[in-house]
Design a protein around this ligand. Structure first.
Ligand SMILES: Cc1cc2nc3c(=O)[nH]c(=O)nc-3n(C[C@H](O)[C@H](O)[C@H](O)COP(=O)(O)OP(=O)(O)OC[C@H]3O[C@@H](n4cnc5c(N)ncnc54)[C@H](O)[C@@H]3O)c2cc1C
Length: 343
């Protein structure tokens, strides 16, 4: 009989992140498919009651918490101690958590302490005939594998964005606090602040409905024999501002900065989509001035509806990599799109 524990931490405002609710959804899927299984919630953070209450209508029968100021910030020693205590209190055999940077960092260590195993980047969970299986992608999202394990506890880190977030209602949860005695050495590391781009300079938006991708074509000589980089910059930024899309790029375009050519200054390698870049998840994607070569388009694996604008009717997108290809000048198309968005 499996005991499924969802491991989550509260955010600084005391709420649960969408990624935590996605992990809950995955865990609830398992619970539903495994007759006789138990569903338990384990929370870590400064104050937990409000977060527990916000999900009180979920099918969990027990709620455990490791609470206190020392568990508010992301720190290996305290996160691992909290996770270990919650797993022991729940006597968990399956531990489902969002594979955020914070949890992914401690999962393997906690699994080691409890004699278990951990799998990361899980994008799907299922159970049939009492047997649990998980899905994940290999070789830069080109191959999908399904695996199962007999070792317990089994830690399953679910990739954020791969599940629908559970929408269980609020109520009053009977939260049982689990005491954790921390040695002083466990609190040596302190988060002194967070450095991040200004809100309007932040172009990577994982929750955006649209991924807007720019390719090297934006910086190439155009029909008049000239490059038009400042114009390209304006068109792209205007579109991002109006659409709130997330910005991706081809490798060629982000690499140009290293080659000393005129580039778009708001792009970094973090924007790169593809085999050696990111594989973001968005309902829709629009690629512009990009050729759609295989190493780039493997990064489009999890984009729902794909469209592309390229001057070349024989580009990679035309070979089945996109749902709609506009063989057109992206400068003209995006100028018109921006004009329409502004009205
Ligand atoms: C091992 C390996 C890993 C790689 N990993 C990645 C990766 O992770 N991500 C990645 O992106 N690439 C990756 N690449 C590189 C990839 O193969 C391509 O070289 C790259 O994606 C091409 O970028 P691009 O389409 O922007 O540029 P280009 O190939 O130069 O294409 C520019 C396109 O813009 C079009 N264009 C020009 N002007 C206009 C206009 N006005 N309107 C519309 N279209 C216009 C042109 O017709 C052309 O199709 C990898 C390569 C290798 C070998």
């Amino acid at each position: 009989m499996e005991t499924i524990l969802v491991l989550a931490h509260t955010e600084t405002d005391g709420t649960l992140a969408k990624s935590a609710r996605e992990a809950m959804h995955a865990a609830a899927t398992l619970h539903k498919a495994l007759a006789g299984s138990q569903f338990v919630i384990g929370l870590a953070g400064q104050n937990l009651q409000a977060a527990a209450n916000s999900i009180a209508a979920c099918p969990a029968t027990r709620y455990y918490g490791v609470a206190g100021e020392e568990f508010a910030q992301s720190r290996y020693a305290t996160d691992a101690a909290a996770a270990e205590a919650l797993c022991r209190a729940a006597q968990a055999t399956i531990v489902v958590t969002a594979a955020t940077a914070r949890w992914a960092r401690v999962l393997a260590g906690v699994a080691q302490r409890l004699g278990g195993r951990a799998d990361t980047h899980v994008t799907g969970v299922a159970a049939a005939d009492g047997k649990i299986s998980v899905n994940r992608w290999y070789y830069r999202q080109r191959m999908e594998g399904t695996l199962t394990r007999t070792q317990r506890p089994w830690f399953i880190g679910v990739d954020p964005g791969s599940q629908t977030a559970c929408d269980c209602g609020a109520g009053t949860a009977a939260l049982k606090l689990v005491p954790v005695t921390l040695p002083e050495a466990a609190q040596r590391t302190t988060v002194t602040g967070i450095r991040e781009p200004r809100a309007d300079a932040q172009t990577i938006r994982p929750d955006a409905a649209l991924l807007f991708v720019t390719g090297a074509g934006w910086t190439k000589k155009q029909a008049d024999g000239q490059t038009h980089v400042p114009e390209a910059e304006k068109l792209i930024l205007d579109f991002l501002k109006q659409s709130r899309a997330s910005l991706g790029s081809s490798k060629s375009l982000v690499d140009l900065s290293g080659e000393g050519q005129a580039v778009l200054p708001f792009l970094s390698h973090l924007n790169q989509i593809g085999q050696t870049g990111a594989t973001p998840r968005h309902p829709k994607g629009l690629s512009t001035c990009c050729h759609g070569e295989e190493p780039h388009t493997v990064g489009w694996r999890f984009i729902g509806e794909r469209r592309a604008i390229s001057l070349d009717p024989n580009c990679g997108w035309a070979r089945g990599k996109t749902d709609v290809l506009y063989v057109a000048d992206a400068f003209k198309v995006m100028a018109k799109v921006n004009e329409l968005l502004a009205t």
